[in-house]
Design a protein around this ligand. Structure first.
Ligand SMILES: Nc1ncnc2c1ncn2[C@@H]1O[C@H](COP(=O)(O)OP(=O)(O)OP(=O)(O)O)[C@@H](O)[C@H]1O
Ligand SMILES: [Mg+2]
Length: 213
């Protein structure tokens, strides 16, 4: 069976800084994967490679058997949070999501509102994103990654800046997604999130991914 996501022998460096050397990873559909690693170890770089935003020097990334940069430019149907997402500061949360939804034009305004409620944002609030708190911005980032029912979620530190109730809510949402057959890869500096959610956990070690659970 073809892997959903497969990284083969990927090496990556920036100038003289080595990030990965002959990295391999196989991701199956319908499971939750956690990635651990200290600041600067390459978690966000890994996610950018999986999404086709950057390329390794020699290896390849295959999505359902199709090589990124060769037979496929970007993966289809991925919901992604990597680093700080850019927002239109002078628009409301709803307006920001609406702008994004108009690119593909496949969801209704009602779906946007329901997604905002699901992650704990008020869809009718008049507040502009520039005055959002960190946690509210994080919820908006989660909303954009899931609102189109993306089947694969690549979430770089999705729990950042969330209060305890919100963490529980997002954990539950991700578990439900897994039960619906979605695939999730996420990073966290919090072991509890990783242990609660993940089928498999990898740590970045020695420029590669080491299976730790
Ligand atoms: N575009 C780039 N140009 C040069 N160096 C880069 C670039 N992107 C990342 N790096 C370097 O690669 C290393 C890994 O960065 P990355 O952002 O993946 O770390 P991280 O594991 O996500 O860290 P954090 O936990 O702080 O988010 C860092 O040393 C970073 O400076
Ligand atoms: Mg990072």
């Amino acid at each position: 069976m073809t892997c959903h996501i497969e990284i083969k022998n990927a090496s990556k460096k920036f100038k003289d800084i080595k990030i990965f050397e002959n990295l391999n990873l196989e991701v199956e559909k319908g499971k939750i994967y956690g990635i651990l690693g200290p600041n600067g170890s390459g978690k966000s770089v890994l996610f950018k490679m999986i999404c086709g935003f950057i390329f390794s020097e020699n290896g390849k990334v295959l999505i359902d058997g199709q090589e990124l940069g060769v037979t496929k430019r970007f993966p289809d149907n991925f919901g992604v949070i990597i680093d700080r997402p850019g927002y239109i500061a002078n628009k409301t949360g709803f307006e920001n999501l609406k702008e994004l939804a108009m690119i593909e034009n496949k969801i209704t305004d009602d779906k946007i509102r329901k997604t905002m409620e699901l992650v704990g944002l008020q869809p009718t609030a008049k507040q502009k994103v520039k005055s959002y708190s960190l946690g509210m911005k994080q919820k908006l980032a989660i909303a954009q990654a899931i609102m189109e029912d993306q089947q694969t979620l690549i979430l770089d530190e999705p729990f950042n800046a969330l209060d305890a109730d919100s963490v529980n809510n997002i954990r539950k949402i991700l578990k439900d997604f897994k039960n619906q057959g979605k695939t999730i890869i996420f990073t966290s500096h919090n072991r509890e999130d990783i242990e609660f959610l993940c089928d498999k956990v990898y740590a970045i070690n020695n420029y590669q991914l080491e299976l730790v659970k």
